[in-house]
Ligand binder design. Structure first.
Ligand SMILES: Nc1ncnc2c1ncn2[C@@H]1O[C@H](COP(=O)(O)OP(=O)(O)OP(=O)(O)O)[C@@H](O)[C@H]1O
Length: 376
């Protein structure tokens, strides 16, 4: 039995049937939590009406796409019991908030369960592209998501979300209302300063601007706030670590040697400020020839997996060099929003599920250690 028995279970079955149902549910292993549904504390409610078993599952990470297949699989497994000839499955998402480092100390972020930094050591590797597609993938999988453009010197979120003409308004003259696009709320220095005014700012000014964007935006309740960091390891990275409880960082790199060397510096910085690195995304990893299907590696191969191994962090996924990705981002219609069911979108959704599951598991490990120390 898990140390993490779910807090509010509602099981209305006879003892014998409950034991059989739980035994079957504990044979279904969730691919992202790497645990069965019972050990992962997902089984919230069970009841029988006639021969139909109602099952309420609560997932700690967003995975809406997997519900239909789960329904088919559980129906097949559970109707093997003579008492059951059908199931009524209800799944919902309940993301546990970051409790590794306590509640968000910054009162402006109190509605935000997790801050996720998307970073790269080198510019132009596709960090903003990854941040936006990751944010939309988390949204498509059922979560409430925001994106903050912390790339103060070269904000690209306004263009990539099709919001170049947006200017934030304020209801009370103090807090700015974020923009809304593709199911996300968004904030960027680019909404406030036009014409690349911020590009000449010195470090402290840029850090001040980030502090203001974090504190003076009227953030709604969010499961995840994805932060698109500027490239490198400077003031902005440190400011974010000081002003927000960052649950984890995703490092974007290309397989090129120089980008990989810079990614290593990024990992070291997050290690220094105690922000867990959730994994590496290798962008422009390969090129698939449209004509013959040949997979070429124009920037070298396996770089991302080598640095993932070296730093013992997961390789979250590898994206192709794909003209469609570039064109969709540059036209303000991110590829995953435009075509959510392509192979590329499936890679982003897989990365999103891995990130969500890693954050959920990190909360649980903390809860376990707390409950153990309470018993002592
Ligand atoms: N996998 C990809 N295939 C093709 N084009 C891509 C891919 N990823 C990103 N691009 C394109 O590469 C350019 C740089 O991407 P992006 O702005 O996301 O990088 P960045 O690392 O955030 O850059 P910066 O350091 O300037 O903020 C953009 O024009 C984008 O559309």
């Amino acid at each position: 039995m898990s140390l993490l028995s779910i807090a509010h279970t509602n099981y209305q079955l006879s003892e014998a049937l409950l034991a059989s149902v739980l035994a079957i549910l504990s044979r279904y292993r969730d691919p992202y939590l790497q645990q069965d549904l019972v050990s992962a504390s997902c089984v919230h409610s069970l009841s029988l009406t006639g021969n139909t078993l109602a099952i309420g599952l609560v997932f700690p990470y967003p995975c809406v796409d997997s519900y239909p297949e789960l329904n088919t699989k559980l129906t097949e497994m559970l109707t093997a019991l003579p008492e059951i000839n059908g199931i009524k499955l209800e799944c919902r998402l309940d993301v546990p908030a970051n409790n590794i480092s306590g509640a968000q100390a910054n009162p402006a972020l109190k509605n935000i369960k997790h801050v996720i930094a998307v970073a790269s050591g080198k510019g132009g590797v596709g960090k903003s592209t990854t941040a936006i597609n990751l944010a939309i993938a988390l949204r498509l999988q059922g979560a409430k998501v925001g994106i903050l453009d912390a790339d103060i010197y070269g904000p690209s979120i306004p263009m990539m979300l099709g919001l170049s003409d947006f200017t934030p308004s304020s209801n009370d003259g103090k807090m700015m209302q974020p923009a809304k696009a593709h199911g996300l709320v968004a904030q960027s220095i680019g909404f406030i300063l036009k014409d690349e005014q911020a590009a000449m700012w010195r470090g402290p000014m840029a850090a001040g601007a980030l502090t203001q964007l974090l504190a003076e935006t009227d953030w709604p309740e969010l499961d995840y706030l994805v932060v698109d960091m500027p490239p490198g390891t400077g003031d902005i990275q440190l400011t974010l670590a000081q002003k927000a409880q960052v649950s984890g960082a995703v490092i974007v790199t290309t397989p090129q040697d120089i980008a990989l060397a810079d990614a290593k510096k990024g990992i070291s910085l997050f290690n220094k400020v105690n922000i867990p690195v959730l994994g590496i995304v290798e962008n422009m990893s390969f090129h698939l020839c449209q004509a013959c299907g040949h997979k070429a590696h124009p920037f070298g191969s396996d770089g991302g997996s080598k640095i993932a191994q070296r730093y013992q962090v997961p390789l979250l996924g590898s994206l192709p060099l794909d003209i469609g990705i570039g064109q969709s981002m540059d036209s303000g219609n991110p590829c995953i929003a435009l075509e959510p069911d392509t192979q590329v979108s499936a890679i982003y959704k897989d990365i999103a599920a891995k990130v969500g599951a890693a954050l959920a598991l990190a909360q649980r490990q903390t809860s376990v250690s707390i409950s153990i120390s309470d018993d002592e």
